[in-house]
Design a protein around this ligand. Sequence first.
Ligand code: HEC
Length: 201
Amino acid sequence: MKILDDEKDLLLDHEYDGIRELDNHMPVWWLWLFYFTIAWGVGYMVYYYMLGGPSQEELYEMEMAAAEEKYNLDSGGGTEPQGESDFTWAYLDDEARIEEGKEIFMSNNNLCYTCHGSNGEGLVGPNLTDDLWIHGCSADEMAASIIEGFPDKGMIAYGSGAPMSNEKVQSLISYIASIQGTDPAGAKAADMSRAQPCTIE
Ligand code: HEC
């Protein structure tokens, strides 16, 4: 290979099978990047290994705690509604909350309408407008139905598995209470082997 004049100074004094090496310097940007990674590594080691920065497990716990707070969940299972234990479930008359409940019912986030019909008349899931209920019709019971779902019957928690705050569930049950007795077109007959008469007060 032809060696250019100004490369002569850079030529190292070894040669293997005709392969020769030039002593070119690393590009400056590359060197700074390299120094930066060293400094970063030192900082990382000091913070995470010496000053007690959070471990992956701790970060995970923190994120889970933040999510629990955000969505008002607690880890308790069972059939009791989850969330703040002192939350008082009630059917509200407030128009704005009922409207919010309807939006949730019809949203593709929660999917209620896909199984219970756009007017609550029932499809895969039972009719929510009649006075026959499988799982009870008190505010507590309905909130529990929504929050827990019935996974073995095809309804997962919160309808779609996407958690919502107790306030939103409150709006949702208020909407369902508001459509009681509307007898919508295509109303699905109750499964009388399981449903019980129950009237929403
Ligand atoms: C994938 C279908 C599906 C979705 C989505 C769904 N449900 Fe259900 N839901 C069901 C089925 C099926 C049942 C009946 C469970 C049983 O047979 O015990 C049910 C039962 C219920 C009950 C109890 C009814 C009773 O008679 O006691 C309520 C209340 C209810 N759903 C509300 C909702 C709300 C509100 C949403 C949206 C957040 C929703 N569901 C989303 C399928 C669904």
